[in-house]
Design a protein around this ligand. Structure first.
Ligand code: HAM
Length: 447
């Protein structure tokens, strides 16, 4: 019987060249978010299905069509998280984070699962960086969250990303809007898809983000929520705009943004690119003042966003933005026999403890092929340990960039290598020489 050894449709492997990039992105993003007071939270990859039905909303595409839901062996309905906010709100309520001082600012990197039609930038397993700020309805918090996303994109030098904002009001003003929206869609009833027909009664706003081409064409002419928001929501939106202006953040108002998840109230926003194809929304978020109560907690106005890591990487590639290269091997030790290999293992261990990137042959290759390999991986220095070197106690340390060699005592390689490497890097005065040489690590323990 043949087995299917392909990756599941809509999933991706992150190979070492990708994970290096992702790690840099994640570290940088986490650091920037830390400067805004966000601390990381991790929640389970699966939750009870009800959580998503209640929070994301059971008339949304996500809940109706896209969730990976299964029954576990105990007969419970479980769903792989289609997004991060619901699980984090669940943890906030269940773990009593509401007892801590507000606002609670939480950040996360998560994998998410949605059974969508895969295409460029749209996967069934994808990854998000997100933040959630619990416990404030102040417009300053909305602007601060947007400023964080803006700073992240700015830090990497990403250009031509449009920030679009809108307000979708609160349940009070939404009631009036639903009425006019329903009237509008009633007049187009014969053209709507079957899912939207059922939405017409229960939640006409969801028709606005239906992915069917006919429904989305009809939705373009629908009344806009911004024209129906109440005075309080309008004032809140004005304040968000004032804060964004004060923070020098360019934005445009897009009254068609309603977002595809039910929990949103008031401010919603998206960062959109035209450079990565049809799935151009790199980051989306908004306020969700009623979610905590919806899940049985007390009133906790909140706001957050999530950015798609795969789309962020696509954008960096589209704009040819390079991230720093992975560290290169500082020293490759080429042993010619077993005794030399044991010594190489000891030297490698000692130098690695100092933070240097050191490799020695663990395959049993000839010296010639070891040197070929060292060259291929771009090792900065090599040293051969053969019979002659072991008997004389002296080896040749080769600077692979300049081709120069210098004598080094075999028994002092671990002690002397770091300072030689630092001298070589400083002496060459060439920026490239520093590449791959972890100066800080080499200096570590010396100063
Ligand atoms: P969302 O708009 O559904 O919002 O997703 C946020 C981001 O995740 C999108 O802008 C996009 O970059 C990425 N994304 C979504 N679906 C896919 C997919 N199938 N493949 C690749 N990337 C995708 C949320 O998830 C909300 N929880 C955001 C939020 C946090 N709102 C408040 N707090």
């Amino acid at each position: 019987m043949s087995i299917n050894i392909q990756a599941v449709k809509g999933t991706q492997d992150a190979l070492p060249k990708d994970t290096h990039k992702l790690r840099i992105l994640e570290q940088t993003i986490a650091e920037i978010a830390g400067n805004y007071g966000f601390a990381e939270i991790r929640t389970p990859v699966f939750e009870y299905t009800d959580l998503f039905c209640r929070s994301v909303g059971d008339t949304t595409d996500v809940v109706q069509k896209e969730m990976y839901t299964f029954e576990d062996k105990g007969g419970r309905s479980i769903t792989l998280r289609p997004e991060g906010t619901a699980g984090i709100m669940r943890a906030f309520l269940e773990r009593g984070l509401f007892n801590e001082s507000m606002p609670q600012k939480l950040s996360y990197f998560t994998s998410c699962y949605r059974y969508e039609k895969p295409q460029a930038g749209r996967l069934r397993e994808f990854h998000q960086f997100g933040v959630e700020c619990f416990g404030t309805e102040n417009a300053a918090a909305d602007a601060e969250i947007i400023a964080l996303a803006d700073e992240i994109f700015g830090f990497f030098g990403i250009q031509n990303l449009k920030l679009q904002i809108n307000s979708i009001g609160c349940p009070t003003c939404r009631a009036e809007y639903h009425k006019v929206l329903k009237e509008y869609f009633e007049s187009k009833k014969s053209e709507l898809c079957t899912t939207c027909l059922s939405r017409l009664e229960r939640n006409p706003m969801r028709i606005l983000d239906c992915k069917s081409p006919v429904c989305s064409e009809i939705a373009k002419e629908a009344p806009k929520v911004l024209d129906y928001i109440c005075d309080d929501c309008s004032e809140h939106f004005e304040m968000v705009k004032k804060y964004l202006t004060a923070m020098n953040i360019n934005f445009e108002i897009n009254p068609t943004i309603v977002r595809g998840l039910d929990y949103y109230t008031r401010t919603v926003f998206e960062f959109v690119s035209t450079q990565i194809g049809a799935q151009g929304t790199v980051c989306g978020g908004g306020r969700y003042d009623g979610l905590a109560e919806e899940l049985g907690g007390s009133h906790t106005p909140s706001i957050g966003f999530a950015m798609g890591m795969e789309r962020l990487v696509m954008l960096l590639e589209a704009q040819s933005i390079d991230l720093p290269q992975a560290n290169k091997c500082d020293l490759y030790i080429a042993p010619a026999n077993e005794e030399a290999s044991l010594l190489a293992a000891k030297i490698a261990t000692d130098l690695r403890c100092e933070g240097a990137f050191v490799l020695f042959d663990v395959v049993g290759r000839s010296i010639k092929s070891q040197m070929k390999y060292a060259n291929k991986i771009g090792a900065s220095f090599t040293v051969v340990l053969g019979e002659d070197e072991l008997s004389s106690g002296v080896a040749q340390l080769k600077n692979m960039e300049t081709g120069e060699t210098q004598e080094i005592e075999v028994n002092r390689i671990a002690e002397d290598f770091s300072s030689i490497a630092i001298q070589a890097a400083v002496g060459s005065l060439s920026a490239e020489s520093f590449e791959g040489l972890d100066i800080n690590a080499l200096l570590g323990g010396k100063i």
